[in-house]
Design a binder for this molecule. Structure first.
Ligand code: 26W
Length: 817
C-alpha cells in the first residue's frame, strides 16, 4: 500500500474511550445500547482498549524489525495468561478513564471484567512463569517473542461433586477471543511421517530431504503483551493447527465427503487440548506431535524473518537470535533447527551445529525423575523419521566427546547417552536439551545446586560453564498493583509509585514499619482483602470464614510432594484438640486449600476427596464453631489467585525439602504481606534469607537430612512416639471422616505409615505442628503480626520477574533494549 500520513494517536481520556466503546458496541457488535448484554459491553470495552494497544504494538514491531538488534524467543508449551483486560488498562494507565466511562452507564468495572474467561493455557507454575516473563520482557522493552500453542481447550474446569474432582472441558474460545489477531500470511507447513531420502545436489554434496509426509498447517494467532507505561507492546504468537488440504480430493470425488472432512479433524487435533499433567509424562503420541508442531512452526517463523531481512547468509544468525526452552517440552527444537538449516538452507553439519548450540538455552523446572521426558525411539521414528536421524547423529558426536574426556568409561557413556538403551530404547529429551544448549539453568538456588550435584552431575563435569541459576520471580503488575489496589494506594502514598517497575524500592517501607498510621492502614487493607476472599469462599464453597480468624492458605497443583496431606494432618490435629477441650488460648483459623489434580493421578484425587470429607465434619460440628474452618476451593486458577493472595495471612509452602524446584505462589503471597510457613525448599530458602528468620515460620528436614534419613526412615516409630500424631492417625484410621464410605481413604492413610513414602510426611509432622503453634501465637499478637506482614512485603523486591528477566538478559540473551 502507498505510504500516507499516519493517523493521529487515539486519545486516552474518558471522552475518547467512551467514543470508541460506543462505536464498537454499535458498529462492531451491532448492539442496541439500551439492550446491550453484559458480554457485549465487555467486548466493546475490550476492543476500545485493544485499539490503544494496537498502535503501540505496530510501532514496537516496526522498531524491532528495523533495528536489526538481537532478539530472543521464549518457546513454551504453556502460557497461563489469565485475563487480559485489567492488565491492558493498568499498563496503558487508563483505569480511571474507563471506570468513569462505565460509571456514566451505571456499570461496575469489576462486573464487566468478570465476563472475560481466563486464558488458561497452562498447568501451573511453569505456565504462569512464562506469562510473568512476557510481562517483564515488555516492561523492560526487551525484544522477546513468546511462542506457544493456541489450545482450543485450556486447563480443565474443576468441579467438586460429593467431595471428588470432576473435570469439565474449558472451551475458553467459545465466545470469541477479542485479544487475538489471526495472521494467515505467516502460516507455516509442518511435516509428519514419511521417510528420509538421500540425494546429491547440483554442487555434488550429499543431502537429505524428508518426503512422503503428511503436512499440517500452523496458523499464527498473535496476542499483544503490553509493557508497563512504556509504549512497548511485544507479541505472544500461538499456533493453531489446520489441515493443509481442506478436502482430500480423492475421497471427495469418490463421494466420501465425511471421510475427507475427518482428515481435516485429525490435523486440527494437534492444537485441540492442553495436556493436564504437570509431573509425569505418559508418552502420548499427540503430545509429541504438539511439541514438534510448536518447535517447527516457531523456528520456521524465525528463519523466514531472517531470510527476509538478510537473505540466506546465516553467518550472523547466532549473534542476533536466542531461543529459551521452557523445560524439555520444546527441546526437539534442537534437532529441528539442525534439520531446517541443513535440509532447507543447505548448511553443513558443522555450521548448523555451531548455530544451534550457540542459540539454544534450556531451563529445567523439576527435580522429579518421573517428570523428565523420554520418548520411545520407535514412536519418534514413526512420526519424525528425519528428526530422529539427526538426534542419533547428535548423540554419536556427543558420545565421542564424552569418550575423549573419559576414555574407556563406557558406564559413563551409557549413563549420558541421549538414547537410553533397553528393550524399548528412549530419547532422553533433557539430555538432548543440555547437549544442544549453551546455557542450562535451574529456577532457584537450591534447585540449581541439586541439578549440578545430582540429576545433571555428569553433564556439569563435562561442561561446568553451561550451568547457572535464575531464581524465579513474578510480575508485580498483576501480583501486586492489579490484584491489590488498596495496598497499591497505601504503598504509593508511603513510598511513592516507583516500586511498580523497581520492586527493590519496597524496602523503603522498612523505615516506616513503626509508623502507627501506616500500621493501622495496613491492617485495614488486609481486612478489606480478607472480606473479598471470604466472599469468594462463601460463594464457591458455601463455607463462612470469619475475617478475624487467621486465613491459612495452600493453593497449587495437588501433588504428593507438595504435601497437602501434611496440611490436612495439622487440621485434623487442631480438630482433635478442640474435641478434647485442649483449646485454651486458641487462635481461630480458616484453612483454605485449592488446586487441580491430574485426571489420571489417583492419589491426588484421593487427597482432594479427603480434604472435602474432613471439611464437612469440621464445618458442621457446633463444638468447633469459629475456632476452625476448612474449605476446598474448586477450580483454582489465575483469576482466583488474584483474590486469594491479597487476602491471605499465612502462606503454606510445605513440600518435602529438595522436591519443589522453586515455587512462585510463595512469592505472590509474600508480596501481599502474607507470612510463610515453610520448609527449606526451592525459593522458600531465598524468601527466608530476604525477610529474616524471625519473619518466617520454618520447620522440617533439610534436603540433605531427607536424603540421609531415607534409608532408615521409620514412620511407625515416629507416630508411636508422638501422642498427638498417634491420635490424628487413629481418628483417620477409625473412618471418622468417611463413615458412609468405608475404606475409601485406606491407600492415602497407609502412605503416611509406609517406610518407603518418598515424601516422608511423618518425618516433618511434629516440627510442622510446632511451627503452626508459633504462627498462631504470633497472629494473636497483632503488633507483632503487623510488623511481620509489612516486612514481608518490604523484603519481597528480589522476587520481581523484572529482576529474573534482567538476569536472563545479562547472562544468557544479551539483548539491547
Ligand atoms: C508431563 C510433563 C510435565 C513435566 C513437568 C509437564 C509439566 C512439568 C512442569 C515442570 C511442572 C511445573 O510447573 N514445574 C514448576 O515450575 C515452576 C516454575 O519454574 C516452579 O516454581 C515449580 O517449583 C515447579 O514445580
Amino acid at each position: 500500500m502507498k505510504k500516507v500520513q499516519a493517523l493521529p494517536p487515539l486519545g486516552m481520556d474518558n471522552a475518547a474511550i467512551d467514543h470508541d466503546f460506543r462505536r464498537h458496541l454499535g458498529h462492531t457488535l451491532g448492539s442496541v445500547e439500551s439492550e446491550a448484554q453484559s458480554r457485549e459491553i465487555y467486548e466493546a470495552l475490550a476492543l476500545a482498549v485493544r485499539d490503544r494497544l494496537m498502535e503501540r504494538w505496530k510501532a514496537t514491531r516496526v522498531q524491532q524489525e528495523t533495528s536489526g538488534n538481537k532478539r530472543a524467543y521464549y518457546l513454551s508449551l504453556e502460557f497461563l495468561m489469565g485475563r487480559a483486560l485489567g492488565n491492558a488498562m493498568l499498563n496503558l494507565d487508563i483505569e480511571k478513564s474507563v471506570k468513569s466511562t462505565l460509571y456514566e452507564y451505571g456499570l461496575e468495572l469489576e462486573d464487566v471484567e468478570n465476563e472475560e474467561a481466563d486464558a488458561g493455557l497452562g498447568n501451573g507454575g511453569l505456565g504462569r512463569l512464562a506469562a510473568c516473563f512476557l510481562d517483564s520482557c515488555a516492561t523492560l522493552s526487551l525484544p522477546v517473542v513468546g511462542y506457544g500453542i493456541r489450545y482450543e481447550y485450556g486447563m480443565f474446569r474443576q468441579e467438586i461433586q460429593d467431595g471428588a474432582q470432576v473435570e469439565e472441558p474449558d472451551h475458553w474460545l467459545r465466545n470469541s477471543y477479542v485479544w487475538e489477531v489471526q495472521r494467515p500470511h505467516d502460516t507455516r507447513h509442518i511435516k509428519f511421517g514419511g521417510r528420509s531420502e538421500f540425494y546429491v545436489d547440483a554442487q555434488g554434496a550429499s543431502r537429505v530431504r524428508w518426503v512422503d509426509t503428511e503436512n499440517v498447517l500452523a496458523v499464527p494467532h498473535d496476542t499483544a503483551i503490553p509493557g508497563y507505561e512504556n509504549d512497548t507492546v511485544n507479541t505472544l504468537r500461538l499456533w493453531k493447527a489446520a489441515a493443509s488440504d481442506a478436502f482430500e480430493l480423492g475421497e471427495f470425488n469418490a463421494g466420501r465427503y465425511p471421510e475427507s472432512v475427518a482428515n481435516k479433524n485429525e490435523a486440527e487435533h494437534i492444537s485441540m487440548v492442553l495436556y493436564p499433567n504437570d509431573s509425569s509424562e505418559n508418552g502420548k503420541e499427540l503430545r509429541l506431535r504438539q511439541q514438534y508442531f510448536l518447535a517447527s512452526a516457531s523456528l520456521q517463523d524465525v528463519l523466514a524473518q531472517w531470510v527476509k531481512a538478510n537473505g540466506t547468509n546465516f553467518e550472523k544468525f547466532a549473534e542476533k537470535n536466542c531461543f529459551q526452552l521452557n523445560d524439555t517440552h520444546p527441546s526437539v527444537a534442537v534437532a529441528e533447527l539442525m534439520r531446517l538449516l541443513m535440509d532447507d538452507y543447505e548448511l553443513s553439519w558443522n555450521n548448523a551445529w555451531e548455530i544451534t548450540s550457540s542459540t539454544m538455552a534450556y531451563t529445567n523446572h523439576t527435580l522429579l525423575p518421573e517428570a523428565l521426558e523420554r520418548w520411545p525411539v520407535s514412536l519418534f521414528r514413526k512420526l519424525l523419521p528425519r528428526v530422529v536421524d539427526i538426534i542419533f547423529e547428535i548423540n554419536a558426536r556427543f558420545l565421542q566427546q564424552v569418550s575423549n574426556k573419559w576414555p574407556g568409561d563406557t558406564e559413563r557413556q551409557r549413563r549420558m547417552s541421549i538414547i537410553e538403551e533397553g528393550p524399548e530404547p528412549q530419547v532422553r529429551m533433557a539430555y538432548l536439551a543440555i547437549a544442544g544448549s549453551f546455557s542450562v539453568n535451574g529456577v532457584a538456588a537450591l534447585h540449581t545446586e541439586l541439578l549440578i550435584d545430582g540429576l545433571f552431575r555428569d553433564f556439569c563435569e563435562l561442561w561446568p560453564d553451561k550451568f547457572n541459576n535464575k531464581t524465579n520471580g513474578v510480575t508485580p503488575r498483576r501480583w501486586l498493583a492489579a490484584c491489590n489496589p488498596e495496598l497499591r494506594e497505601l504503598l504509593d502514598s508511603t513510598i511513592g509509585d516507583q516500586w511498580i517497575t523497581k520492586l527493590d524500592q519496597l524496602d523503603n517501607l522498612s523505615a516506616h514499619v513503626n509508623d502507627e498510621k501506616l500500621r493501622e492502614d495496613w491492617r485495614q487493607v488486609k481486612f478489606s482483602n480478607k472480606r473479598k476472599l471470604a466472599q469468594l469462599v462463601k460463594q464457591d464453597c458455601g463455607v463462612e470464614f470469619d475475617i478475624e480468624s487467621m486465613f491459612d492458605v495452600q493453593v497449587k497443583r495437588i501433588h504428593e510432594y507438595k504435601r497437602q496431606l501434611l496440611n490436612l494432618l495439622h487440621v485434623v490435629h487442631l480438630y482433635n484438640r478442640i474435641k478434647k477441650g485442649h483449646s485454651e488460648n486458641w487462635t481461630p483459623r480458616s484453612v483454605l486449600i485449592g488446586g487441580k489434580a491430574a485426571p489420571g493421578y489417583y492419589m491426588a484425587k484421593q487427597i482432594i476427596k479427603l480434604i472435602n470429607n474432613v471439611a464437612s465434619v469440621v464445618n458442621n460440628d457446633p463444638e468447633v464453631g469459629n475456632k476452625l474452618r476448612l474449605a476446598f476451593l474448586p477450580n483454582y486458577r489465575v483469576t482466583a489467585m488474584e483474590v486469594i493472595c491479597a487476602g491471605t495471612d499465612l502462606s503454606e509452602q510445605v513440600s518435602t525439602a529438595g522436591k519443589e524446584a522453586s515455587g512462585t505462589g510463595n512469592m505472590k503471597f509474600m508480596m501481599n504481606g502474607a507470612i510463610t510457613i515453610g520448609t527449606l525448599d526451592g525459593a522458600n530458602i531465598e524468601i527466608r534469607e530476604e525477610v529474616g528468620d524471625e519473619n518466617f515460620f520454618l520447620f522440617g528436614l533439610t534436603a540433605a537430612e531427607v536424603e540421609s534419613m531415607r534409608p532408615h526412615y521409620d514412620p511407625q516409630s515416629i507416630i508411636e512416639a508422638d501422642d498427638g500424631f498417634s491420635e490424628v492417625m487413629a481418628l483417620l484410621e477409625s473412618g471418622h471422616f468417611n463413615q458412609f464410605e468405608p475404606g475409601i481413604f485406606d491407600a492415602v492413610i497407609a502412605s503416611i505409615r509406609n517406610p518407603n513414602d518418598p515424601w516422608m510426611t511423618a518425618a516433618d509432622f511434629r516440627t510442622y505442628v510446632d511451627a503452626q503453634e508459633q504462627a498462631a501465637l504470633a497472629y494473636q499478637d497483632v503488633e507483632r503480626w503487623t510488623t511481620m506482614s509489612i516486612l514481608n512485603t518490604a523484603k519481597s523486591g528480589k522476587f520481581s520477574s523484572d529482576r529474573t528477566i534482567a538476569e536472563y538478559n545479562n547472562d544468557i540473551w544479551q539483548l539491547n533494549t
